[in-house]
Design a protein around this ligand. Structure first.
Ligand code: SME
Length: 137
C-alpha cells in the first residue's frame, strides 16, 4: 500500500504546526487559485470554520494578494475597507503568496487574535514556508 502522505495532508500538517507553535497564529490556512477561474478556493486550514471557501480575485486581503503578488500585513483589520471578516475575534492578518515557477498559485493566510503581532521576521519565515510548500505541490 502507498502510505505516503497526500499533498493536502502535508499542507494540513504545516497549518497544525504553525498554529500550535506560534501563540499569535490563531487561524492558519491555504487558499489556491481555483483552476483557470479568477478566484481563490480554500484548502487545508486549522481554526474556526469559515464561510469564505471561495474568494474572488481582488476581494478581501486574500483576493488582493492574488492580484498584487505581494505580502500583505494587516496590523489592524478594522482599518481595512477591502476586508472579509471571518470571525469577530480576529484583530490582524498576514497573507504571503506561494509562487511556483514565478507564478502566484496561492497563499498562506494567518489570522491573529492579537493586535499588530506580525513583524518582518514573520514575513521572512512564512516566505520560507511558502517556498517549501511550492516544492511539494
Ligand atoms: N480575512 C480574509 C478572508 C479569509 S479569512 O481570514 C479565513 C480576507 O480579507 O481576505
Amino acid at each position: 500500500a502507498n502510505t505516503s502522505k497526500s499533498v493536502d495532508e502535508r499542507l494540513l500538517n504545516i497549518c497544525e504546526i504553525l498554529e500550535a507553535n506560534v501563540s499569535y497564529y490563531n487561524w492558519v490556512g491555504f487558499y489556491f487559485r481555483n483552476g483557470d477561474k479568477e478566484e481563490l478556493k480554500l484548502g487545508p486550514y486549522v481554526g474556526e470554520p469559515t464561510d469564505h471557501t471561495i474568494i474572488p480575485f481582488g476581494k478581501g486581503i486574500c483576493g488582493q494578494v492574488a492580484v498584487s503578488n505581494q505580502n500583505f500585513v494587516v496590523p489592524d483589520v478594522t482599518a481595512q475597507d477591502n476586508y472579509i471578516a471571518c470571525s469577530i475575534t480576529v484583530k490582524a492578518e498576514i497573507v504571503i503568496p506561494v509562487f511556483v515557477n514565478g507564478e502566484n498559485i496561492g497563499q498562506i493566510d494567518i489570522d491573529s487574535n492579537t493586535p499588530d503581532p506580525f513583524t518582518e521576521a514573520d514575513e521572512r519565515f512564512l516566505e520560507f514556508v511558502c517556498a517549501q510548500v511550492a516544492s511539494i505541490l
